[in-house]
Design a protein around this ligand. Sequence first.
Ligand SMILES: [Zn+2]
Length: 472
Amino acid sequence: MTIRRSWALVLIFEVFLWSLAHGQTSERMTKQPADAIVTGMIVTMDGSRSVVDDGAVAVVGDSIVAVGPRLAIEARYQARETIDARGKLVLPGFINGHTHVPMTLFRGLHDDVTLNDWLYKFIFPAEAKNVTEEFVRWGTRLAAAEQIRSGITTFADMYYFEDAVAEETKAAGMRGVLGETFIDFPAPDNRTNAAMLAYTEKFLQKWQGDPLIHAAPAPHSIYTCSQKTLQDVAALARKYHAPILIHVAEMKKELDDSLKNNGATPVQYLERIGVLGPDVIAAHCIFVDETDRKLLAQRGVGCVHNPSSNMMLASGVAPVPEERAAGIAVGLGTDGPGGSNNDLDLMEEIDLAAKLAKITKMSPLALNAPAVVEMATIDGARALHMEKEIGSLETGKKADLIVIDLDEPNAVPMYDVYAQIAYALKASDVETVMIGGRLVMKDRKLLTVNEEEAMAKAREYRKSVAASLGMQ
Ligand SMILES: [Zn+2]
């Protein structure tokens, strides 16, 4: 109530100032031009978590120039295009902090096995036989359609041929932190570590300064990369001020092996060899003790929680409430989509993150609705070290926003907006998506991806992938 009252005061004050300045000549006042105005109930996710019931966002170019009460914004700006979302929610776009988008083409390939078996018996062989640049392009297009439909505007990816992922992400108009994978065995794109380093350096150079694409190296994990590989990758990333994406403390076996081989937990090992820093994005962070959590917070590492994946592979439960309490930025990710989740629906992760924490702690207070909505937006941005650019609807940030329809049986009535987002609304309620001021979906119609073509290709790939593994 306080927030709404304060917005009402702002509105009265603005109208007062405006009438003082313009008196009876208001008709002749020149409004400032804007490219778009989006009206609706604005859930800003700004520092005071303001919600503007009858609000608007004004956009110029790829950025937000004003957020506030609709009447005040409409009095100040003349927009080329108005997206009338009155009666609907307007939110910052969701941030998928960890995934492997080309793996859409392996969706459902082999489920219900352990992570170790899944990786070594199924996924690594399937990748060796099937992953080409063309495969990666089609998988990324399919994933772009799926992610945009569920309100994701930014995603962090780790895969091979990441330059092709970047080109397709850019073509789809999405924002991406895209990591080229390093692994100490021949990968589908680069057979040796030297080739991986050369490919990634070119990749980092190519995308420097791009408004949508943040190129990065992604050492797979401490159990698939030697100390030398990890250190070489960190040095390369730091030369180009690029982030480092890595899986950290995902499996019990990873912790046990690290204690045995390195005499330290995965986090403390990464600290000892100089990898931890404010540019690291660590997926999972399940097996992290109190010392690890302090280190992650001190070093400014972003963590990404993947509840579906962790449940599906029975990896364990990340201590998210403790991580947040330690001051770590914890975002949310879908992981997958092949074998460790099977879809790219971040709204499902919002819901599951809260419920997984509640059941684990046997307390419904463990993680609440505002917290998980933060994890999908502003904290997700912090975890990717992009909070100055995205994660909330505020003046000066990128115009990455989504409109969610409230005219659905599962969306009414609404008493609490955060609880509605976390527990009642679905990805299919997302209606319109704007990324960097550009509409990529309007009224549920995709504008930048040919999804029919991508789906047809996915069905074709199903045949060749199955044949390569001797399946039907
Ligand atoms: Zn992963």
